[in-house]
Design a protein around this ligand. Structure first.
Ligand code: NI
Length: 180
């Protein structure tokens, strides 16, 4: 196990399209996933995509902590989960603004428009299918991590830059209260 160095915004690897994983059960992928989980938890993050640790492959890890979960079945807490070669489908047209941060953009947060409800599928390290219909935080974190695989960082999704700021300052002025 190892804590990996996280690429920060400005590093070109964050803006490329990642390649599909050919051998999800390989020792290299298992090692990568294990290290990504350790890195995500160490940084107290909710998600981490392989390009963020300088590996241009289509996989990410995420979790829905109990304090970010909702009451509905699609917003339940999710333990640490790996999704390899994900595909995502947007269910309906509804979009919501959600406050997001990113381990590659430390210290900042923004209200980002996301699809309210999605279905995603992928495989795990046993090459078994994995996926869910998700809404709430679960839907948001999966869209955020999936975007990393296509070289998209959350500021590229933003429409209202007045709701982009330093986490500390946003908290100080109460800007994040009562929203996503
Ligand atoms: Ni991110």
């Amino acid at each position: 196990m190892a804590i990996l160095k996280i690429a920060r915004m400005g590093h070109p690897i964050l803006f490329g399209r990642a390649e599909s994983v050919e051998l999800p059960r390989s020792a290299e992928i298992r090692r990568l996933v294990s290290d990504m989980i350790e890195t995500m938890l160490d940084a107290n993050g909710a998600g981490l995509a392989a390009p963020q640790v300088h590996v241009p492959l289509r996989l990410f890890v995420f979790r829905v902590p109990p304090e970010r979960a909702g009451s509905g079945p699609e917003e339940r807490p999710v333990p640490v989960t790996v999704v390899i070669n994900p595909q995502i489908e947007f269910l309906g047209e509804e979009r919501v603004l959600r406050w997001e941060g990113c381990l590659s953009i430390p210290g900042l947060r923004a209200a980002v428009p996301r699809h309210a409800r999605i279905r995603y599928v992928g495989i795990d390290c046993e090459d078994q299918p994995i996926g869910a219909v998700a809404s709430g935080f679960h839907a948001g974190v999966v869209q955020h991590e999936y975007d990393h695989l296509d070289g998209i960082l959350y500021p590229m999704r933003m429409q209202d830059f007045s709701r982009f700021g330093f986490t500390e300052e946003l908290a100080r002025v109460g800007a994040m209260e009562g929203a996503g």
